[in-house]
Design a protein around this ligand. Structure first.
Ligand code: FCA
Length: 332
């Protein structure tokens, strides 16, 4: 009996020590983004940090603007004993190389915004991904552009629709294809839809792409503008301003939750009419939380989560975003 008691005591001691040890092992995560200068990604980081602070873990945030930087960052994370990272990769085709490297260092990977593409050209489906509902959001934007033009009594035959895209990226192509589709379904003349290309997905890239389209179509009097992200639409609006168009002759609808909101804060009205507000909270806080639970408790995250967008104008954005719990990402 005495022996049994001693054995139980030793066992208990062992369990306590083991538990104490694992509680000491602090979770450390990484969050890598392709365009750290963009407000969207800064907001993702902000909400990821919020989660990290709430649970008291370390979060290492690194801007990885090209493939080499991604690879160096993964080495860096591994050296710092990080257990996993969230990533929006600068190039989706890097997916297989990123997975290989992460596996070799025993790091868990969670993709956000842009889904990896495999060597066969298909999206990688066995790495958790949180993106936006690109097709639905794009469709809503195309429809809203048409409806606003109709409300203003514009003659659609004299109006052009510029859709600024970056087709190499699945999520952007889905958004802009749906924008065109919605315009056509609403009754907008297909011949008046023009595709512009934003090579870099930032404002200068949107402006360059739009300028090409504008030079090729000098007779169009009024423009609808849609795109793959807010930066693309803002770039096009700036290009239109350069040619004398303004808020009376341009209806631009973006997609994001950063740069577009700053347009609303500018005095007066410009061609950036509305944006589909997406959630940096979900893409930052929630991705980090899911990764944390995966690392800490072995709870596998859902393989695919698609988040919604809500069209807001300069009149409605503060109210709607506050209702959506996004007051923290409103520009000051
Ligand atoms: C892509 C775009 C970003 C943002 C994000 C949700 O990564 O490049 O601007 O729209 O999807």
């Amino acid at each position: 009996m005495k022996l049994v008691k001693i054995a139980c005591f030793i066992l208990l001691l062992f369990v306590l020590i083991a538990n104490g040890y694992s509680a000491e092992q602090k979770v450390k995560l990484g969050f890598l983004v392709k365009q750290p200068e963009e407000l969207w990604f800064q907001n993702e980081w902000k909400f990821a940090q919020k989660f990290a602070d709430e649970v008291g873990i370390d979060l290492i945030k690194i801007g990885t603007t090209d493939g080499e930087k991604v690879m160096t960052a993964i080495d860096n994370l591994a050296t710092q004993k990080v257990q996993g990272f969230v990533i929006c990769t600068p190039d989706v085709r890097l997916g297989p190389a990123i997975i290989k490297k992460a596996n070799s260092k025993n790091l868990k990977v969670f993709t956000v915004d842009d889904r990896f593409v495999g060597a066969d050209g298909n999206p990688v489906e066995d790495v958790p991904y949180m993106g936006i509902s690109s097709t639905q959001i794009g469709f809503d934007i195309g429809k809203a552009c048409y409806e606003e033009a109709k409300k203003r009594g514009w003659n659609m035959n004299e109006t052009g629709a510029m859709v600024v895209t970056h087709d190499e990226l699945e999520t952007i192509k889905q958004r802009t294809d749906a924008e065109k589709d919605a315009l056509i379904k609403a009754g907008f003349p297909a011949n008046n839809i023009f595709t512009a290309v934003n090579k870099t997905l930032d404002v200068p890239g949107g402006m360059d792409g739009a300028n090409v389209t504008l030079t090729q179509n000098p007779t169009i009097k009024k423009w609808l503008v849609a795109g793959g992200n807010e930066e693309s639409v803002i770039g096009a609006v700036r290009a239109l301003e350069g040619k004398g168009f303004d808020g009376n002759t341009t209806i631009g609808i973006g997609l994001g939750a950063g740069a577009g909101l700053l347009e609303f804060k500018k005095p007066g009205v410009n061609g950036f009419f509305a944006t589909s507000a997406i959630s940096p909270y979900r893409h930052g806080y929630e991705t980090t939380k899911l990764l944390y639970e995966w690392v800490k408790d072995g709870k596998k995250p859902p393989m695919k989560t698609l988040t919604a967008g809500y069209i807001v104008t300069r009149e409605t954005y503060v109210k709607t975003m506050t209702e959506l719990g996004l007051a923290d990402s409103l520009p000051k």
